[in-house]
Design a protein around this ligand. Structure first.
Ligand code: NAP
Length: 462
């Protein structure tokens, strides 16, 4: 009898877990990768910026894992809604939770809930075509925008705001998002760090890209970039040197301004019915803590994007630490036959590849725990789902969505693929209706035959 494992979440952590199980297990293993969305790859599809095509190409590697014998993709099945922890423990010998860190952290300043004050996660989801965020969610009608935080997500967001729609045309951003980016009135983007350049979380490669934007001048104030590079780690030293070189630049008169700020913290978002301005306070460090100096500045921004980190959310019935915002674990073991990998295990840090070694560690723990143990599962998931009227999106169903996205890109004369706009458009493909030209379904159901299980190549040819 083979070892049967459920992996909850099909982002990099989940798929690397599936791969590690197939590689490390000495006997036969069956892995079901359950996913809330109809599409796999998590943040690789809905988090990596559309213009970072080389990082996005990791999807090609993840795809090969889903195609391994013994690995199944079950999309559209939500843990806690469609299946419970008890269901999975009855149907599998072990369960590995890999649901990542799906929501934004908050800043805790007055005005944070005003319209126009938004989580970077929402904005990223929007330009990545995530089905949870409608394509008409954002109207970029403010000349000035503030992005709080100086991590890589903030860098992605400011870059997308600073680029022209033409520069993003060959990417997979949904057509409606592209036209909203084309109509953007944004002239200045302020990226705000509450500590100094030597404390910023962005990485050098990502930072450098901001200095190469064709459509935006980058501005750094020399007094804010002043920091000694003595003794700094190489990457951090690189960040500081790049920022200091930008501080010496003369603006080239490009249409947009990218204003990179340090030693400023948001204290209040101002506005009556929506964001009208952002109040900042200058900061310094006292005993390693950020404190205000009592010097204030008001930026006339109409939108504030908080990019201050992600956090995981508790899964129903699964232990969770509010202090660390992770599932407490020992080398991935979260309980009897329960395991965790990725950001839910260690918090939102590292690059995509970090999840590979992380997943491998969890799988080593799992296999050691279960070695020689008689299987305890006593039910099957498929009949359970059928009894509940749930039909998972299969790997072929996902390939049909992919093929429809490639077909859409061809019809629009854009790059390799254009994301379908929202869940309805994907459902249209899975149900055999065609999404119309801009990727939004017309709801007529006029074309039969694009069934989710149909051969993807056949679909692409339509
Ligand atoms: P992050 O790297 O943790 O950066 C969060 C930023 O928010 C920091 O500058 C932090 O400043 C600031 N911050 C936190 N609380 C704040 C507050 N209350 N007020 C003002 N600023 C505050 O998080 P992230 O940018 O979301 O990135 C998450 C992970 O994804 C990282 O590992 C990142 O490298 C990775 N990622 C990688 C790429 C890429 O490789 N291209 C792209 C996107 C994301 P302090 O340091 O002062 O706390």
């Amino acid at each position: 009898m083979s070892l049967r494992v459920a992996v909850v979440g099909s982002g990099p952590a989940g798929i690397y877990t599936a791969e590690a199980l197939t590689r490390q297990a000495t006997g036969p293993v069956e892995v079901d990768v359950l996913e809330r969305l109809p599409t796999p790859y998590g943040l690789v599809r809905y988090g990596v910026a559309p213009d970072h095509t080389s990082i996005k190409s990791i999807a090609g590697y993840l795809r090969r894992v889903l195609e391994l014998p013994g690995v199944r993709f079950l999309g559209g099945i939500e843990f806690g809604r469609d299946v419970s922890r008890d269901d999975l423990l009855a149907c599998y010998d072990a369960v590995v939770y890999c649901t990542g860190a799906m929501v934004d952290r908050r800043m805790g300043v007055p005005g944070e809930d005003l319209p126009g004050s938004v989580a970077a996660t929402d904005f990223v989801n929007w330009y990545c075509g995530h089905p949870d965020v409608p394509a008409d969610r954002f109207l970029l009608d403010s000349p000035e925008v503030a992005v709080i935080g100086v991590g890589n997500v903030a860098v992605d967001v400011v870059r997308i705001l600073a680029k022209t729609a033409e520069e993003l045309r060959a990417t997979d951003v949904p057509e409606e998002v592209l036209s909203r980016l084309a109509a953007s009135r944004v002239k200045a983007v302020h990226m705000i760090g509450r500590r100094g350049p030597e404390h910023a979380k962005f990485t050098l490669k990502e930072l450098r890209e901001l200095g190469e934007l064709a459509n935006a001048d980058v501005r750094v104030r020399p007094e804010e970039a002043a920091a000694s590079v003595e003794g700094l780690p190489r990457q951090v030293r690189g960040n500081v040197e790049v920022l200091q070189s930008w501080a010496a630049r003369t603006p080239a008169g490009r249409p947009r301004l990218l204003d990179v700020r340090f030693w400023m913290r948001p204290v209040e978002i101002l506005g009556r019915d929506r964001v009208e301005a952002l109040r900042l306070e200058r900061t310094r460090l006292a005993d390693g803590r950020v404190v205000g100096t009592g010097e204030f500045e008001v930026l006339p921004v109409g939108m504030v994007l908080r990019s201050v980190g992600y956090r995981s959310v508790p899964l129903p019935g699964v232990p969770f630490s509010e202090a660390t915002m992770t599932v407490p674990n020992e080398a991935g073991r979260a309980g009897d036959r329960e395991y965790v990998a990725g950001w839910l295990k260690r918090g939102p840090s590292g690059v995509i590849g970090t999840n590979k070694s992380d997943a491998a560690e969890t799988v080593r723990t799992l296999l050691a725990d279960l070695a020689g143990r008689a299987p305890v599962r006593h039910a099957d998931l498929d009949p359970l789902l059928a009894r509940r009227g749930l039909l998972p999106v299969t790997y072929d169903g996902w390939r049909a969505i992919e093929a429809a996205e490639a077909a859409l890109a061809r019809s629009l004369g854009r790059g390799e693929r254009v994301k379908l706009a929202g869940a309805a458009a994907m459902a249209a493909v899975l149900e055999g209706r065609e999404p119309c030209e801009d990727g939004v379904p017309d709801g007529t159901g006029r074309t039969a035959g694009l069934a989710g299980t149909e051969d993807a190549e056949g679909l692409a040819a339509r």
